[in-house]
Design a binder for this molecule. Structure first.
Ligand code: 4NP
Length: 150
């Protein structure tokens, strides 16, 4: 299984999601791959936001070596599941989907633990107090993805 985590900047939410999923994959001895990217181009090549790095570190997950990249149409072929953090990411990714098979790979991450509710992972960029709750929310969703695909 190849999983792609997508947010806007690829420096806060999706790198935390990649780090969490990478950690769970290792702990569960799964032969899965995970990557992350952003729909926007502003932060290409940058390391995750320091606040995201510190949050992940506080839960024992190292995301310092990740570097931001932008979502590309080739990702529809490369990945089996594409998890987006919010409805804006969702719309932007769906807009680029070349066919129905590609569209079906895409879902809001939180639908993994709250099916059909279309809840968003809030953007912590402007509100630092959101980093820890967002991290925990992402962790729950990742755990659920692992449980339902074993
Ligand atoms: P992310 O957060 O999408 O979770 O990486 C953001 C990071 C940067 C910006 C917006 C959201 N920005 O506007 O630069």
């Amino acid at each position: 299984m190849k999983i792609l985590m997508v947010c806007l900047g690829n420096i806060c939410r999706s790198p935390m999601a990649e780090g969490i999923m990478r950690d769970l994959i290792r702990k569960n001895n799964l032969n899965w791959e995970v990557d992350s990217c952003g729909t926007g181009s502003w932060h290409i090549g940058e390391a995750p936001d320091k606040r995201a790095q510190r949050t992940a570190q506080s839960f024992g997950v190292d995301i310092t070596s990740l570097r931001a990249r932008q979502f590309s149409i080739a990702d529809f072929n490369e990945f089996d599941r594409i998890y987006v953090m919010d409805t804006s990411n969702h719309q932007n990714v769906l807009k680029m989907a070349p066919d129905e098979q590609s569209r079906q790979k895409v879902d809001l991450l939180l639908n993994s633990c709250m099916p059909g509710e279309n809840c968003e992972v809030a953007d912590p960029w402007f509100d630092e107090s959101l980093f820890i709750p967002v991290y925990k929310q992402i962790e729950q969703a990742c755990q659920k993805i692992i449980e339902s695909n074993r």
